[in-house]
Write a protein that binds this ligand. Structure first.
Ligand SMILES: [Zn+2]
Length: 384
């Protein structure tokens, strides 16, 4: 394959906070060089009229779920063909909005593993997918759709099965959640022994562990056991934040599912138990995240199935008082680190995948520019 030249108004590196060069040189879908000009006798392959940001990384989502339709667990139980078609449409919304990489957090029937393979093979116009396989939750636990996993031995087998089938990481439920009425958002779902087995088996196999954890004892035991990312983190207390201090482990913010009118509220407004939790979670989340950001905990963002809404996550982080730099990093470099894919994506540099989002404005002058991409490029090709 020959070289491609993508012309932009400037290339933004989220960690260096600067605009440099304007030409991205691509070969076989990877960036080989950033330049100031196109060599003589060479034509520009893709002309753009805006700034280039790294393709966005959604650090937490699910392919088949639509929160605004309600009963998310029921959606996970859908027939395989139904789930696949709905997921295809959902993922297109994400890609169109600039998400070129997505870390998935659990599907039934191997749906996410199949979708990830289809995307790699060029059959599916979707973000690059990092699947977890079926998520781990115990009998009666939050997030249980068809599969429950109980006891250390079954946990180890489940992780081995997922990884054998292509899982990129392990997702387990450390606490209850907001979108169902199965348990308090702080009560641990697994015993300490089971959590230790999850972390040990995952790390032994070389994959990282994402823990769904809002707060309380469940979140603390996850952090102490050595999980790699905390998902949601809407009620993390002092003790848990202390345990996180000084580590480069990320907390993944998922705000729009709770705050956007098309989130849980749209689907589950008629469930008083869920709506009471939504109101409580909004209040506690604001406090917990303000503290967490003050303490410089590493953060990244995910849509949690709010397909196409990653820019709303950025807007929420900005509303909490972060700088544009931190907010942009949370969907680029930091999200790539959290997802353990920063050797391939998250910044525009030689050796990384040519995933770009072209935006109208300078991202530091107007970070909301991420809401309206001019073009999305994945592996060197314009995909949206
Ligand atoms: Zn989730």
């Amino acid at each position: 394959m020959s070289m491609e030249y993508i012309r932009t108004d400037g290339i933004y590196h989220p960690d260096r906070e600067e605009i440099k060069k304007s030409i991205v040189v691509v070969e076989d879908g990877d960036i080989v060089e950033l330049r100031d000009d196109v060599p003589t006798d060479t034509e520009v392959t893709i002309e753009t009229d805006g700034y280039a940001l790294p393709g966005f990384v959604d650090a937490h989502s699910h392919a088949s779920i639509r929160p605004w339709e309600g009963d998310q667990i029921g959606q996970l139980r859908a027939d395989a063909a139904v789930g696949a078609v709905r997921a295809t449409n959902n993922l297109w919304r994400d890609l169109e909005a600039g998400t070129t990489t997505m870390r998935l957090m659990g599907e039934e029937r191997g749906l996410d593993l199949h979708l990830a393979a289809l995307e790699r093979e060029g059959e599916l116009n979707a973000p690059r997918l990092l699947p977890s396989g079926v998520h781990l939750t115990p009998t009666g636990g939050h997030g249980k759709a068809l599969t429950a996993t109980d006891g250390s031995s079954a946990i180890r087998t489940r992780i081995r099965t997922n990884v054998e089938a292509g899982a990129h990481h392990v997702k387990y439920f450390a606490t209850g959640g907001v979108s169902s009425d199965t348990g308090d958002v702080g009560r641990p779902l697994y015993t300490d022994e089971e959590v230790a087995a999850i972390v040990d088996e995952s790390h032994r196999l070389g994959v990282h562990v994402a823990a769904h954890a809002h707060g309380g004892r469940g979140a603390l035991s996850a952090v102490e056991a050595g999980v790699d990312t905390i998902e949601h983190g809407g009620a993390l207390d002092e003790e848990t934040l202390n345990a996180l201090d000084g580590s480069d482990r990320h907390v993944i913010g998922t705000f729009s599912i709770l705050h956007h009118p098309r989130g849980i509220e749209a689907g589950d407004a008629d469930s008083p138990a869920v709506m009471a939790k939504v109101r409580e979670a909004r209040e506690r989340g604001g406090e917990a995240w303000t503290t967490l950001l003050e303490r410089d905990v590493a953060v990244a963002l995910g849509t949690d199935s709010m397909h196409g809404h990653l820019a709303d996550e950025v807007a929420h982080l900005l509303d909490l008082g972060t700088s544009p730099e931190v907010a942009i990093r949370a969907i680029t470099t930091e999200a790539a680190r959290a997802a353990h894919i920063d050797h391939r994506v998250g910044s525009l540099e030689a050796g990384k995948s040519a995933d770009l989002v072209i935006v109208n404005d300078h991202p530091l002058e107007n970070p909301h520019t991420v809401a309206d991409p001019q073009a999305v490029v994945k592996r060197g090709e314009v995909v949206a």
